[in-house]
Ligand binder design. Sequence first.
Ligand SMILES: [Zn+2]
Length: 179
Amino acid sequence: MHDALDVELPARTRLPADLYESLVERYSYVRADGSRILPWDFTRYMNHSCDATSFLLGANLEIAVRDVREGEQLTSDYASLNLERGFDCLCGSPSCRRRVEPSDYEALAPAWDRLIVDSLQTASDVAQPLADWFPRDGRLESWMREPLLAPSILDNRHQVGAETRFRTRRAKVLASARR
Ligand SMILES: [Zn+2]
């Protein structure tokens, strides 16, 4: 869960050195507005799995989408965290994609949303030992009652380069108008 102790780096934050930059990239994730969240807690060490244990629900909450075995590490699907570069995956899951790409976000979002909705539907049937950490604004409880009203994971998608693509298209239109 993103909370007040996390470090938030606004979009286009300039980092002092290459090493520092790569560390921030390794341990943080990108939000819809392009800002980076560098978690202060063990969340920063969550590894990727193509069969992730949890996904972001809204901007700040993480929800488990399947049973987690005792001793099993908690994992995210990095493609759902606005990955900036693809990587070869060795997660070992039977459903491993072998290659994880930023564009997996759009392709897999409907399946991730389905997992989240299914999880919300059964959340009240299992013990919630972390309930004290739930936000106290009633959102989570209302999504548990009506899972289809929960935000889509696509709401967290940062449109990397969207502005550039728009400019490119516009430039092409202008170029063809000049001919
Ligand atoms: Zn994998």
